[in-house]
Design a protein around this ligand. Structure first.
Ligand code: WTA
Length: 704
């Protein structure tokens, strides 16, 4: 009770602290050519036109058979879109463009080493490559519609080729971000029951040719330990004919793709006509327990939603050169590098490496050379490029009409540099708020019709009707500027269908909290709980504060505290572990681990290093904690629950809140003294947090 009351007070206080930013209007040059320039579109997507409004998105696709029911909501929350319709996603992204633009670049791949030539793949060539790989999957692997396959691929053109080849066959792909460890990949192989893994020997990152195949062996071991046998590992080679990995190929299991693909030259695989609600892919994301959640996305609804939002929010025209710098291993890459842009028949750019390699002028050289017109990235990259090369953009002759920011809240100050320096004051910006689970954008301005407001994503996307609830399930007054948990009242075509193999968990995580009646068959009773704190200003614009569950967003990557903690306790000496977010100037947030040891063990630097190593092995280097604090005891409630909020306060030098209800309040002072003095001596100095950052830290773990 006491804690709840205190939170209410602080939320109200936060509301007072927000400074409203001025609007910036889209430049007339942009508005004149925008796909969405007629305000009538806003009326078409008004709630009284739901769900039929989404017909407009579905009509961007080519259907083998048109659907009869736009939305079947008879079994909440398992929505079915465009029921009765049949289509093939690969056909929509490749084949149908051949008639009008066979020789146009579909993909342009920029390798990280600047001396290596850019690879341009036309729609014609993409068609060939996809068909050959689809033939290999079908005839060599024996895969068919409904089977799952895991891809563990970095940013090379073979990745979209493999995805589209799967889509051609109706095979469900599950791409695991290349930076994830072998063990993490193995867990996902087992969870999706994949019998095949597609990987590559190596790829370039920050100037090094990274050994990637080694992870396949770790993945096999982990999958096998979970009872999943894998028949074949298909290994692409970064340099044809040269093997860049130190690990040997396993006889009978590992196959070089370039050794066998020749047999399928000129093969033509007819696209399998799939029901609209057939799963297209799985995308694993972090959740509240260790077991990863495979967000299952549909073929018709998903593709319609990403095509529609790519058209109106990304403002993609076929003759644009569109560059999204995200990794295809995340949802942003699936929706807004591969499926959305290709469905619209544009040219989409893939970059292999890190944005600041070999120097922070690299992205702008790429933009200049390729004539990029639309640019898409995350606040973390923007902060990094600004820090290392604030004056670089001005040195290059490129002209963006449109830019996107995605994945984390962006500070108004960083937004302004993006606008003025990167966009040269000429590009419109969309701040797009959405999630792995949602398939496409939930909140953004319509770039030709709605003014930009730095730090706010904008109003809800077309056909999305949000609501903000408080912890007591009461509606927070719209436009009041008060923080709460943002939910979406209605289903939309891009929403995930379920968590792969865990339908109960799907209901539990996303719906139970705010569902009016779990027996109700009316979608109005089933708001989708996004897990983000947010507030809505009087103008209807939303400001997203950050996760209210136990997910930490590090540089736009979602890390579950439970996953981090499970990794830490694989170290024998560790008794308990707690992961908390700390505000980080560059990555938005970083992770700190708190550890207590089993009796008989003493704290040491070696133990700290062991914990870091365990996290790298179990999850990947992206999850590496900034600090590991070994403490004598964790602050706990009387029922034994670790109070992460309290230690998050210590790590961030912010208020630890009410600790009178703790079973062991005395440890708080002790930990605080130890951690904070150690941080000061390591030069990790506290700074004053913005209202946004403070709210973010306070929101952490609130919905636990
Ligand atoms: C956060 C990435 C503020 C949010 C597409 C969400 C954002 C999580 C924004 C999803 C934004 C995403 N402003 N926060 N524009 N976009 N987020 O699943 O906390 O990797 O819940 O999807 O990122 O991360 P995910």
């Amino acid at each position: 009770m006491a804690i709840g009351e205190e939170l209410e007070v602080s939320e109200a206080q936060i509301a007072v602290h927000w400074r409203e930013e001025e609007y910036i209007q889209p430049p007339p040059r942009f508005v004149g050519q925008a796909n969405a320039h007629d305000p009538a579109i806003l009326d078409r997507f008004r709630e009284e036109n739901f769900p039929e409004c989404f017909r407009e998105y579905a009509d961007l696709l080519s259907w083998d058979r048109y659907w009869h029911t736009t939305l079947d909501s008879s079994e909440p929350p398992f929505w079915k879109w465009f029921v009765g319709g049949r289509l093939n996603a690969c056909y929509n992204c490749v084949d149908r463009h051949l008639e009008t633009r066979a020789n146009q670049a579909a993909l342009i791949w920029v390798p990280e080493p600047e001396g290596e030539l850019t690879q341009t793949i036309t729609y014609r060539e993409l068609y060939r490559r996809v068909n050959e790989f689809a033939a290999l999957l079908r005839d060599f692997c024996g895969l068919k519609a409904g089977d799952r396959i895991t891809l563990h691929m970095p940013m090379v053109p073979e990745l979209p080729v493999a995805m589209l080849a799967c889509a051609r066959l109706g095979v469900i792909h599950s791409e695991v971000f290349g930076g994830f460890s072998g063990a993490a990949c193995g867990e996902r192989i087992a969870d999706s029951q994949s019998r095949f893994l597609v990987t590559i020997d190596g790829y370039y990152r920050n100037g090094d040719l990274v050994d990637h195949k080694v992870k396949a062996d770790e993945a096999m071991a982990r999958a096998a330990s979970l009872g999943q046998e894998v028949d074949k590992v298909l290994v692409f080679r970064r340099h044809a004919g040269e093997y860049a990995s130190a690990t040997p190929m396993v006889e009978g299991r590992d196959v070089f793709v370039d050794d066998v693909i020749g047999e399928y030259r000129r093969a033509v695989v007819p696209p399998t006509s799939m029901p609209a609600e057939a799963p297209l892919f799985l995308m694993y994301t972090s959740g509240t327990t260790g077991r990863p959640k495979g967000a299952q996305h549909s073929t018709g609804g998903y593709l319609a939603y990403v095509a529609g939002t790519s058209k109106y929010y990304q403002d993609i025209h076929p003759d644009d050169t569109y560059w999204c710098m995200a990794d295809i291993g995340w949802i942003t890459g699936h929706s807004y590098i591969v499926y959305g842009p290709l469905a619209l028949g544009t040219t989409t750019v893939l970059y292999e490496g890190v944005p600041t390699y070999p120097d922070p002028g690299r992205p702008w050289r790429i933009a200049e050379r390729l004539g990029v017109t639309i640019f898409h990235t995350a606040p973390t990259s923007i902060r990094m490029l600004r820090k290392l090369g604030p004056d670089e953009p001005a040195k290059y002759d490129y002209r963006f009409k449109h830019m996107t920011t995605v994945g984390e809240p962006i500070e108004p100050d960083v937004w302004r540099w993006y606008h003025t320096s990167v966009g040269k004051g000429e590009a419109v910006i969309v701040d797009t708020w959405w999630q792995t689970e949602t398939g496409g954008f939930l909140g953004s301005t319509l770039p030709g019709l709605q003014g930009m407001k730095p730090g706010s994503c904008g109003p809800a996307a077309l056909g999305i009707y949000p609501v903000i609830f408080d912890e007591e399930r009461k509606v927070v007054e719209p436009g009041s500027g008060k923080a709460g948990n943002i939910c979406i009242r209605n289903p939309w075509p891009g929403i995930m269908q379920t968590i792969w193999g865990q339908p109960e968990r799907f209901v539990e995580v996303y719906y139970r909290k705010y569902c009016n009646d779990l027996k109700s068959k009316d979608w109005h009773d089933w708001p989708y709980f996004a897990g983000d704190g947010a507030l809505q200003a009087a103008d209807g614009y939303f400001r997203i504060l950050g996760r209210v569950d136990d997910v930490i967003n590090v540089a736009g990557h979602r890390l579950g505290t439970k996953e981090l903690e499970s990794a830490a306790i694989t170290v024998n000496e560790v008794a308990e572990a707690a992961a908390v977010p700390v505000i980080d100037a560059m990555r938005g947030k970083a992770v700190e681990m708190y550890i207590s040891l089993k009796p008989g063990f003493k704290p040491s630097a070696e133990l700290e290093a062991k914990v870091v190593k365990a996290i790298e092995v179990e999850i990947g280097k992206i999850a590496r904690p900034t600090n590991v604090w070994i403490v004598s005891d964790m602050p706990k409630t009387r029922s034994g629950k670790i109070m992460r909020r309290v230690i998050a306060g210590i790590s961030n030098f912010t208020d630890v809140g009410d600790i009178t209800t703790l079973a062991n309040p005395e440890v708080v002072e002790q930990i605080k003294h130890h951690v904070q003095s150690e941080k000061l001596s390591r030069g990790q100095l506290p700074r004053e947090l913005s209202a946004q950052e403070e709210a973010d830290i306070q929101a952490f773990g609130k919905a636990e």
